[in-house]
Design a protein around this ligand. Structure first.
Ligand code: FAD
Length: 469
C-alpha cells in the first residue's frame, strides 16, 4: 500500500500547524506507537501525524489539509478495536477523538442523551444512570472504549440478547464527511422516516464514510433489579442444550454468556478457587425486572432448566459487589487468554442459535486438525461466539488456514463473519465469502459518494483484489 510522499506530509503538517496550533498535533515519531495499532494484533503501522481534535472545526481543518495534499485520514476512538479499523495502514493522519468527551445532555422527559464521540462508554452509561435511565449496549471493553468507536463498529455486548446492540439506540449523529461538510443524520425523536436512513448507514461504517462528532441515543428506564448467577456444567454439550431450553421455557435473560473448558482453564490459573474444578463449561446467567421478586423469579426458572439439563452448580450473587466479581473475569477474558500463548487470533462469528452445537463441534475439530489451542466463549444467547486460536510463533500458517476454515464453516451454517468487531483490516479478505461481488461493488460506490478522493480510512472493509466497481 502506498504511503504519501514526505513532501505531501510536510505540506499537510504546515497547513495544520497554522490552522490548529501545536497543542493538538503530535508529530514526534517516538510518540506515534499507541496510534499505530489496536487490539487486533494486526501488524502495527505508524501514522505520519496525529491530530487530537477538540471540536468539529478541527475535524474540518484535517479534511481540508488532507484533501489538499492527498494524505489519508484514519479516525480513532480509544483504539480497543479488534479488527484493525483504526490502524493507519497507509500512514498519513490519525484523527483521534480522545479529547472530544463532553456529555452534552441527558433528558429525562425525552429519554435521550447527547454526547461527543470520545466519551468513555462507561462514563456515558453512569451519567445516564444518574438520571434513573438506562443505555443498554455494554461491550466488555466499556471501561476503555469510546462511544464513538461503539457507534462506528455497531458494538454489542452481553446485554444485546435482551436489549439489542448500539444501532438499536442511536437516533441521530453529527458527521463531518471528507469533503468537509458537517451533516446531521436522524433526529432526537423515536420516529423519523424522512429520506434515507443515513444514521443507520453510519452505524457500523467503521470510520470509512465520515467522522462522527456528536451522538444522540435513546434511553429506556433503568430496570430496578438485576440478578446474576454462575452456572457450571460438566461439559459444553449440556450447557448448549440448557441454553435452548431456557428460551423454550419462556425466559429471556438479560445476558447468557458461555465459556468453554479452555477458557475456564485460563481463568482458573489466573483466579484459583473461583470456579468449580469439575466444570467443563460455564454460563453467566443474568435476569432483570421491575422488582427483585420478578427478576429472581426469572432467574429461578432458568436455573431450574439448567439443573434439569445437567448443571452441577448454581451460584447466585447476593449483592452488586458479588455481581461485579462474577463479571470481572469474563470482561477481561480476552486479555487472560492472550497470556496463555505467544499468539492469539480472536474471531467473533455469529450463527443461528440452532447451529451453535454444529459450530462449536466444527471449530473444535478444526483446532484439533491443525494442532492449535482453541478457546470459545461469548454471547451464547444470540449465537455470537468468540472463537480464539492460541498458538506459537511457528504455527502462523496453520492458524491462518484454521481461520479460513472457521469463516467458511460459519457462512455455510447461515452465519456471519462478524457480530460486533467489524471487518476492518483483519477480515477484509473474507468479506467475499459472505457478500456477493455486486453487493461489494455497490458498497464501494456508496463510499465513493461520501469520500470521492478516497482519503478516509483506506484499506479497510473491502477485499484488496478482484471486485469491480
Ligand atoms: C477486552 C476487550 C473486550 C471487548 N469486548 C467487546 C464486546 O463485548 N463487544 C464489542 O462490540 N466489542 C468489543 N471489543 C472491541 C472494541 O472495544 C469495540 O469495537 C469498540 O466499539 C471500539 O471502540 P474504540 O473507541 O476503541 O474504537 P477504535 O478502536 O479507536 O476504532 C474502531 C473503529 O471505529 C472508527 N472510529 C472510532 N471513532 C470514530 C468516530 N468518532 N467517527 C468515525 N469513526 C470512528 C475507527 O476508524 C475504527 O474503524 C472489545 C475489545 C477489547 C480490547
Amino acid at each position: 500500500m502506498n504511503r504519501p510522499s514526505s513532501a505531501s506530509i510536510d505540506a499537510c503538517k504546515r497547513m495544520l500547524a497554522a490552522a490548529l496550533g501545536p497543542s493538538k498535533l503530535i508529530d514526534d515519531p517516538d510518540l506515534f506507537s499507541p496510534y499505530g495499532q489496536d487490539w487486533s494484533f494486526s501488524t502495527p503501522s505508524m501514522p505520519d501525524l496525529v491530530v487530537r481534535a477538540e471540536g468539529v472545526a478541527d475535524v474540518q481543518a484535517v479534511f481540508r489539509a488532507a484533501t489538499a495534499h492527498g494524505v489519508p485520514v484514519t479516525p480513532r476512538g480509544l483504539g480497543t478495536g479488534k479488527s484493525g479499523g483504526s490502524v493507519p495502514v497507509q500512514g498519513g493522519i490519525v484523527l483521534s477523538m480522545e479529547r472530544m468527551t463532553r456529555m452534552k445532555d441527558v433528558s429525562k422527559t425525552d429519554m435521550i442523551a447527547v454526547a461527543e464521540p470520545g466519551i468513555i462508554t462507561e462514563t456515558f452509561m453512569r451519567n445516564v444512570e444518574a438520571e434513573g435511565l438506562f443505555y443498554p449496549p455494554d461491550p466488555n471493553s466499556l471501561k476503555i472504549c469510546s462511544l464513538g468507536g461503539n457507534v462506528a463498529c455497531n458494538a454489542g455486548g452481553p446485554r444485546a440478547l435482551k436489549y439489542g446492540v448500539t444501532k438499536n439506540y442511536v437516533l441521530a449523529v453529527e458527521v463531518v464527511i471528507p469533503t468537509g461538510e458537517v451533516l446531521r443524520f436522524g433526529k432526537g425523536t423515536l420516529k423519523h422516516v424522512t429520506g434515507y436512513d443515513l444514521t443507520a448507514l453510519m452505524v457500523g461504517s467503521e470510520g470509512t464514510l465520515g467522522v462522527i462528532t456528536e451522538i444522540t441515543t435513546r434511553l429506556i428506564p433503568n430496570p430496578a433489579a438485576v440478578t446474576t448467577a454462575l452456572v457450571s456444567f460438566p461439559d459444553l454439550g449440556r450447557a448448549g442444550s440448557a441454553i435452548t431450553a431456557i428460551f423454550a421455557a419462556g425466559v429471556i435473560p438479560r445476558t447468557l454468556e458461555f465459556l468453554d473448558d479452555y477458557a475456564l482453564g485460563a481463568l482458573r490459573e489466573k483466579t484459583p478457587g473461583r470456579f468449580p474444578e469439575n466444570a467443563g463449561a460455564l454460563l453467566i446467567l443474568e435476569t432483570d425486572g421491575t422488582s427483585v421478586e420478578r427478576s429472581m423469579e426469572d432467574l429461578e426458572r432458568a436455573a431450574l432448566v439448567c439443573t434439569e439439563h445437567g448443571a452441577i452448580d448454581v451460584l447466585v450473587a447476593q449483592d452488586a459487589a458479588q455481581r461485579e466479581k462474577m463479571w470481572e473475569p469474563r470482561r477481561m477474558l480476552s486479555v487472560t487468554l492472550s497470556e496463555t500463548a505467544p499468539r492469539k487470533i480472536s474471531e467473533d462469528i455469529v450463527v443461528p442459535r440452532s447451529r451453535i452445537p454444529a459450530m462449536l463441534d466444527g471449530a473444535k475439530r478444526i483446532g484439533e486438525k491443525h494442532k492449535l489451542g482453541l478457546a470459545t466463549y461469548g454471547h451464547a444467547g444470540d449465537g455470537n461466539l468468540h472463537v480464539n486460536i492460541l498458538f506459537d510463533e511457528d504455527a502462523q500458517e496453520r492458524a491462518d488456514q484454521a481461520v479460513h476454515e472457521i469463516m467458511s464453516l460459519t457462512v455455510s451454517l447461515g452465519g456471519t463473519i462478524s457480530g460486533e468487531h467489524g471487518v476492518g483490516l483483519t477480515k477484509r479478505e473474507f468479506l467475499s465469502l459472505e457478500h456477493s461481488e455486486p453487493l461489494i461493488a455497490l458498497q464501494k460506490n456508496v463510499k465513493k459518494v461520501f469520500d470521492p478522493a478516497g482519503i478516509l480510512n483506506p484499506g479497510k472493509i473491502f477485499p484488496s483484489r478482484g471486485v469491480r466497481e
